[in-house]
Design a protein around this ligand. Sequence first.
Ligand SMILES: Cc1ncc(COP(=O)(O)O)c(C=O)c1O
Length: 382
Amino acid sequence: MPFNFDAPVNRSNSDSIRWDRYAGGDVLPLWVADMDFQSPPCVINALAERVQHGVFGYTHATDSLRSEIARYLEVHYGWEVDPDWIVILPSVVSGLYTAVRRLTTQLEYVLVPQPVYHHLRLACSEGPRPYTEIPLELENDRWVLPWQTLDSFCQANTKLALLCNPQNPGGTIYTKTELLQFANFCEAHDLLICSDEIHAGLVLDNDARHIPIASLDQRISMRTVTLMSLNKVFNFPGIGLAWAIAENPRLRSAMQTDLHRTIADPGLMAYTATIAALQDGEPWRQALLSYLRGNRDYVAERIQAMPLLKAARVEASYLAWIDCNALQCADPHALFLASGLALSPGAQFNAPQFVRLNFGTQRALLEQAMDRMALALASIKK
Ligand SMILES: Cc1ncc(COP(=O)(O)O)c(C=O)c1O
């Protein structure tokens, strides 16, 4: 295999949020969602070449970047996007906060799935905007929205629905039928949609595919802002570039309001990394998916052997959402940490009886992590 995901990488002294928090202790940090893999060689080489140039003046998002993004969306999702619909952002998080603030007024409600990546909810609470959480349900081993009762979460002044697809945490990839159901619901209540699709490139099952909700139909597209980025899949969130896609000029202009003002432009390395990944990253991405699939299956197997824990099948991403309810433990995160394993506490996602495990790491390290998890469980049985 031309790419070796088993190669150990030392991330200490690299200003890593994930590794620095527990530096100096014997803790395996499988929390924040970045991976312990080097980015693809095409990205590293492009960055090295850019550094050699040595002049780091003001840069801009070129038309060719937008055209490359549009080409990528057509190739991967069969989605025809006009490059003019694309708004370049430094991060998906800045896009979430912009969407909530600029697409609603202070009295309008936002719908937010629960659990969900915390910034979807924080974008509302800090907006501040009133919001209603829609609890996900476990159906056939998948975390899904409660399709039959969606209407009950809507009120007269609900304006915007946030979607996370693929879902973090939970790892669900919504099917075409499910997305149509959600879109019909939004249409019936005249809601705008902001769909965070940052995990789109991390679909693990060979027979599954990511469908951007805006690609379903032009009517849906006209009420949707889609947020995407290659930060996750090519593992360069520390460089950071994202984009919003809005066919509707009114929504697009709302997403542009804060650019170059309170929202800084992406750094120039972000353009270099993103273009390299768009053009030449596919063989690496395929190899990554194959490795992550192995890690996903390994984690599932180990969790199955721990009767007090449950985890739904992870269809996409490298994040396992682990149900610790049966442990009857006040703080599962603290329990695992005491055995040297740092996970994301479920409380971050408004679900304190869960933990989220990041399996985007070398298999050998993951094996140690799962041993520590078993050790933690053994400690409470005594
Ligand atoms: C669903 C989701 N959206 C956004 C982000 C963060 O994106 P960015 O680093 O581009 O702000 C993450 C990171 O974990 C995520 O899982």
